[in-house]
Design a protein around this ligand. Sequence first.
Ligand code: UD1
Length: 372
Amino acid sequence: MITVCVILGTRPEAIKLASVIQELRSKPDIKTYVVLTGQHKEMVDSVMELFQLTADRNLEIMKPKQTLTEITCNSMQGLETIFAELKPDLAIVQGDTSTAFAAALAAFYQQIPVGHVEAGLRTDNIFNPYPEEANRRLISQIAQFHFAPTTLAVANLQKSDVTGKIIQTGNTVIDALLTVANDNPPCEIPGLNWDKYRVLLTTVHRRENWGQPLQDILKGFQKILDNFPDTAILLPMHRNPTVREPIKEVLGKSDRVFLTEPLDYKQLVGAISRCYLLLTDSGGLQEEAPSLGKPVLVLRETTERPEATQAGTAKLIGTDSDSIFNAAKDLLDNDAAYQKMATAINPFGDGKAAQRIVETIADELKAKTNEA
Ligand code: UD1
């Protein structure tokens, strides 16, 4: 029997590990433990419920306005005990959050091999996104299985001189998206009539956008609304008070602005499929929206997903209010420009990433167990 421990803490990790956990749990010769650090609470609970995932342990570390040090130290301490107890043959982490970094390091300290899902993304700027670029680079140095979503991610890992095995799998977010989109879920927002407006689905939460960049983004949104009376903005707000407060202050009273709690994943998929376009600093949405034929304008200065801009499904527009307005105006005014982005092919995956990941794990670990 092989024992695998999957560690997750935030909402995107839950979405992107759901198919991996389901696939692992379908294998009778693999014992799978799911461990939550609790970096996020409500935002993870709804994803766990949707994909019918249960957690075996929960460290419940979340505090309001938690610091990166608190997340890292509290996760590592809790995981030390859990790893010592469960003695897994493999620890699986996803992406570049502080949970993923802390879990990889805690596993490494007990010489437990680490499998890194969504490995090899790079901006080559360790302060943007902050702290994610550093987190994923550090994980790459200690992981032994690098599950890379794209050929570019594979090349980045080769360039980083990592040890261990690199396997190209596609991105697991497409597994999750296609499963949910298949049921054509609705998205009901009080007061929002999807047929009446061209709805811009917007999200913003990144640390490097806190402060002035966020103010500029919100100014850009207001300018779009002022110039295009047939548009509305749907903005599901992250739970973080540092981003919620300015959003409410600037857009709270605006006509045609719908500020909501984070949407559960089903509703989010419903919103992507009904909206006109997306303005976002989220990585996951850049990967998901093209599968449902929606252009993405990325509210960031750098991207670790140049595949999207190269494929023509996304444009990197930064946080300047005029750039935001002009990029949105182009897509709102010019149908040819819109169609070009909307019909470009999604470069991120085919919905079978988890199968490839779990096949590799089963083969590699069985081979090791037989050697022992
Ligand atoms: C984290 C990840 C980021 C990821 C994002 C997705 C790190 C360093 N950053 O950023 O890569 O894109 O998650 O959301 O790991 N909160 C709640 N309830 C929740 C979740 C959050 O109240 O369910 C509030 C808390 O006040 C918390 C704050 O949000 O202090 C910020 O959460 P945190 O996990 O520190 O950072 P994120 O910005 O969510």
